[in-house]
Ligand binder design. Structure first.
Ligand SMILES: Nc1ncnc2c1ncn2[C@@H]1O[C@H](COP(=O)(O)OP(=O)(O)OP(=O)(O)O)[C@@H](O)[C@H]1O
Length: 396
C-alpha cells in the first residue's frame, strides 16, 4: 500500500499546498481500525453503498477545527458497539501542512474515567504528539473544503446552511472567523436568555450588546470581503462549470458598504438597547448577520440558483468550490484539500474529465468517492485508488 512520498504539492505560486499523507482511523464510524498511505494529488475511494467511503472523508475533515463534514456530535462518531454505546474514536494523519510536516491527531476526549461518558462532546487535539490548547490549532496546518450530496439542496433549503457554507469559505482565509461567529451566536443566545428570565441588569445587557454589535460588523466585513474576492474567481467559471455571481443579502453587510464600521456598530447597539423591552413586552427582532443570506446567480443563464436545474445547481457549487480553491492558491499559495463526495456520479463524462483536469492543475490534494471505478477512468495513472468495503480499505 505504501509508495515513496513524492513530497508536498507545489502550487503555481511555488508554495506548499497541504496534503494528507498517512491517515489512520480507530473506532471511527464503521471502522474498527484502518490505515492508508496517500501521496498522490488525487485520492479515489470506491466501493458499494454504505462501505465507509464518506466516513473516510469525514475523518479527514476532522483534521481541521469544527464538527466535520457531517456536522456530527463528537459522541456519535465513535463506532457503535453491540450495547449501543459509541466508542472513543481517534483519527491521525501525517500532514504536509501550511507549516511543514506534522503529525496531527484528534479524537473524543475519554474524560477522567477514560470510558467516554465524562468526555461527552469534547474533542482532543495533538500536534506532533503534544496536546493543543484548542482545536483551532489545527487550522495552522490544514485547510479543507468539501462538497457532499447533502449540499445538493443548498440553494433551495433554509438560509442557515448557506450562511454556514459561506462562513466556512471565509474561514479558510481567516481562521479567527469561526471564533467570531461562535462568540456572536453565544452572545445573542445569552441576551435572549436574559430577556426571557426578566433580568434587569442594564450593565450586563450593555456589555453583551456591545459584543454583539462588534462581532456583527466583523462577521459582515469578513463575509463581504470574501465574496468580493471570490467573485473575481467565480465570474469566469471553470471549464464547463458556469460563471457564478455571489451576492450577500443582509442588513449589516449592506450597511457597512455605505457607512463607517463604527457608525454601523453604534447604530446596532442603539437598536439592540431600544429593542430590549424590559417592560415585559415582546423584544424586537435582532438585526444582524445571523439573518443574512447568500444568493447565487448562474451568470451564463442570468438565472438565480434556486431556479436552475439540479444539475446546474451542482455545477454552480462545483464552480464556487473551484474558484475558492484558486483564490487560496493566489492569496496564500496553498490550495485547501478538497473532499468531493460522490461528485463524479452526477456529471457526464465530458464534465468529469474536465473536472479532473482542473483539479490536477490546481496543484492541491483532492479526495473523491464513487461507487464505480469507471467514473474515474481518466484519472488512471494520476490518481491513487482505494477499494472500500464494509469498514475496510485497501489499495486497489
Ligand atoms: N457510529 C457508527 N458506528 C458504526 N457504524 C456507523 C456509525 N456511523 C455510521 N456508520 C455506518 O457507516 C456506514 C456508512 O458509511 P459511509 O456513509 O461512509 O458509506 P459510503 O461508502 O459513503 O456509502 P454511499 O455510497 O451509500 O454514500 C453505514 O453502514 C452506517 O451504518
Amino acid at each position: 500500500m505504501s509508495r515513496p512520498s513524492p513530497g508536498p504539492a507545489l502550487t503555481s505560486a511555488g508554495r506548499v499546498s497541504p496534503c494528507v499523507h498517512r491517515l489512520s482511523v480507530t473506532a471511527f464510524r464503521n471502522y474498527e481500525s484502518a490505515r492508508i498511505e496517500t501521496e498522490a494529488p488525487a485520492v479515489v475511494l470506491t466501493g458499494p453503498n454504505g462501505a465507509g467511503k464518506t466516513n473516510l472523508l469525514e475523518a479527514v475533515s476532522f483534521l481541521t477545527p469544527g464538527r466535520g463534514l457531517r456536522r456530527a456530535r463528537i459522541s456519535e462518531v465513535g463506532r457503535a458497539g453491540p450495547d449501543g454505546n459509541n466508542a472513543n474514536w481517534a483519527v491521525a494523519a501525517e500532514v504536509d501542512g501550511l507549516e511543514g510536516t506534522v503529525s496531527v491527531g484528534t479524537g473524543r476526549d475519554p474524560g477522567p474515567e477514560g470510558d467516554g461518558r465524562a468526555g461527552g462532546e469534547k474533542r482532543l487535539v495533538r500536534i506532533d504528539g503534544a496536546p493543543a490548547k484548542s482545536q483551532s490549532a489545527l487550522a495552522d496546518h490544514l485547510a479543507v473544503s468539501w462538497l457532499t450530496p447533502q449540499m445538493d439542496r443548498l440553494f433551495i433549503e433554509g438560509a442557515s446552511n448557506r450562511r454556514r457554507f459561506l462562513d466556512r469559505l471565509v474561514y479558510t482565509f481567516d481562521p479567527e472567523h469561526a471564533g467570531r461567529v461562535n462568540a456572536y451566536t453565544h452572545a445573542l443566545r445569552e441576551r435572549a436568555r436574559l430577556l426571557k428570565n426578566g433580568t434587569r441588569d442594564r450593565a450586563w445587557f450593555a456589555a453583551l450588546e456591545e459584543s454583539i454589535a462588534e462581532k456583527a460588523v466583523a462577521i459582515a466585513a469578513a463575509r463581504t470581503g470574501l465574496v468580493a474576492r471570490l467573485n473575481m474567481e467565480t465570474e469566469t467559471g471553470s471549464g464547463p462549470f458556469p460563471g457564478a455571481e455571489l451576492m450577500l443579502e443582509g442588513e449589516v453587510e449592506a450597511d457597512i458598504q455605505i457607512r463607517p464600521a463604527l457608525a454601523v456598530e453604534d447604530g446596532l447597539k442603539a437598536r439592540l438597547e431600544a429593542g430590549r423591552r424590559m417592560d415585559g413586552g415582546e423584544p424586537a427582532p435582532v438585526p444582524g448577520p445571523h439573518r443574512s443570506d447568500l444568493a447565487v446567480r448562474h451568470i451564463p443563464k442570468d438565472m438565480m440558483a434556486p431556479h436552475c436545474s439540479t444539475g446546474e445547481q451542482k455545477a454552480l457549487l462545483i464552480a464556487i468550490v473551484l474558484g475558492h480553491a484558486r483564490l487560496g492558491a493566489q492569496e496564500t499559495g496553498a490550495v485547501p484539500v478538497l473532499l468531493l463526495d460522490e461528485v463524479a456520479a452526477h456529471l457526464d463524462s465530458g464534465r468529469r474529465s474536465a473536472l479532473y483536469d482542473i483539479l490536477l492543475a490546481l496543484g492541491g490534494q483532492v479526495w473523491m468517492t464513487g461507487t464505480d471505478r469507471a467514473l474515474f477512468a481518466s484519472l488512471e495513472g494520476a490518481g491513487q485508488f482505494f477499494a472500500v468495503e464494509d469498514g475496510a480499505v485497501r489499495a486497489d
